[in-house]
Design a protein around this ligand. Structure first.
Ligand code: S3P
Length: 428
């Protein structure tokens, strides 16, 4: 439990941890590569540690010089060894879904398991297309839930039209395509984060994309060196805090500005947020700084096509919309119900306690602002992004809040409270 008081002002210059999505991909691709790779600035969160722990159990050597510089001795695509015990993915959906794909193409038996929250999240979305590729994979309730038992098989390429926009599913199938015979073609219903596609091109993998269609052929993977840029999804909490706080001026350095991730930034700008962007690097991922200050915000429409590009920032959008003028009706975001928690129910219940006018929709929420939030008792529902959204809400509310379950922030951003303190946050 943490006691959070309103911040008197918000100011300073900060960095955020390495991007979580890119960190998972970097570890997995380095493990599949032949030779030694070096990755700097990996995400410090528990989720990325889960991926590293699973890879280590498969025989991958990961040497740390702190978590800031990691050397990975890749085993090649088919060089992993059969693990004697289960592979525990903790709370990490990305670990479970991406590793399920990699393991189906091996020649041995393995079992993936996770914590209570992960064991409730849908897996059929990867299990079913992998089975079509020839995978021998089974799970609880017909493959819908962990644990997954994988017998290993020779995969063959397929053509697959994804029913939901999900970068995890897309990435899982592209990784399986690297191990399969023949060509794998995937089409997604709308554009989700494209870190895997950028990574594949950068590594010279036999891969091409045109719009929402992707094509990959089995390829060897070369070892690489990379520096992971800061996580936009972590930066987003401080962006929201700065635009909502009446006395704020903040710079966030070294942030990944991949347009398939920054939908929330574009919506904030449409709402009238004062944000200046300096782009410093472009390849393989755009990176730059964000300069942001207190802003007068008006709600704007957010069409469903934009949702995949801000999927992890939607709880923050609900908070910002509740404090902005006018109404926002967000629809087409049913995926929020199957994240680390039911994020629609979690967000709406907690913001209502704080005095916001927000209601659930089956696939989103309806918000009417502006509300003046008041501090109260809050809980995180075991969800790191809900915990951080509520810590931001408590920092701009009137009076004190008591937030239970704040330790879940370790999943993606262990230094969140230290960063909040550095820019004027007050808590104990
Ligand atoms: C992720 C994709 C998103 C996101 C998750 C990370 C990824 O999930 O919510 O935090 O790294 O590909 P979905 O692909 O299931 O939408």
């Amino acid at each position: 439990m943490i006691r959070i008081l309103p911040a008197r002002e918000v100011s300073g210059e900060i960095c955020v941890p390495g991007d979580k999505s890119i960190s998972h991909r970097a570890l997995i691709l380095a493990a599949l590569a032949a030779g030694a790779s070096e990755v700097e600035n990996l995400s410090e969160g528990r989720d990325v540690r889960s991926t590293a722990a699973v890879l280590r159990k498969l025989g991958v050597k990961i040497m740390e010089d702190g978590w800031n510089r990691v050397r990975i001795l890749g085993c090649g695509r088919f060089g992993f060894r059969e693990p004697p015990g289960i592979l525990y993915c903790g709370n990490s959906g990305t670990t479970a879904r991406l590793m399920a794909a990699v393991l189906t193409g091996q020649r041995f038996f393995s079992v993936l398991a996770g914590d209570t929250s992960l064991s409730r999240r849908p897996m059929k979305r990867v299990v079913e297309p992998l089975q079509r590729m020839g995978a021998r994979i089974e799970g609880r309730q017909g493959g819908e839930f962990l644990p997954l038992a994988i017998s290993g098989a020779e995969l063959r390429g397929i053509r697959y039209r994804m029913p939901v926009a999900s970068a995890q599913v897309k990435t899982a199938l592209l990784l399986a395509g690297l191990l399969a015979e023949g060509e794998t073609r995937i089409s997604e219903p709308s554009r989700s984060r494209d870190h895997t596609e950028r990574f594949f091109r950068w590594l010279g993998i036999d891969f091409s994309s045109s719009g929402l269609q992707h094509r990959v052929r089995p390829s060897q993977i070369r070892a690489f060196r990379m520096k992971v840029p800061g996580d936009f999804s972590s930066a987003a909490f401080f962006l929201a805090l700065a635009v909502l706080h009446p006395r704020a001026e903040l710079t966030i350095h070294n942030v990944n500005l991949n347009p398939t991730r920054t939908g929330f930034l574009r919506v904030l700008q449409r709402m009238g947020a004062e944000i200046r962007i300096t782009v410093e690097d472009k390849e393989p991922e755009p990176v730059g700084s964000l300069h942001v200050r207190s802003s007068a915000l008006k709600n704007v429409p957010v069409p469903a096509e934009e949702i995949p590009q801000m999927i992890d920032e939607l709880p923050l959008l609900g908070l910002v919309a509740a404090c902005a003028e006018g109404v926002l009706e967000l629809r087409g975001a049913r995926e929020l119900r199957v994240k680390e928690s039911d994020r629609i129910a979690a967000l709406v219940s907690q913001l209502r306690r704080m005095g916001a006018s927000i209601e659930e929709r089956d696939d989103g929420f309806f918000v009417e602002g502006p509300a003046v939030l008041k501090g109260c008792r809050l809980r995180s529902f075991g969800d790191h992004r809900i915990a951080m959204t509520l810590a931001v809400a408590a920092s701009i509310a009137r009076g004190e809040s008591l937030l239970a379950g704040e330790a879940w922030i370790r999943i993606s951003f262990p230094a969140f409270f230290a960063t909040l303190k550095a820019i004027g946050g007050q808590f104990e």
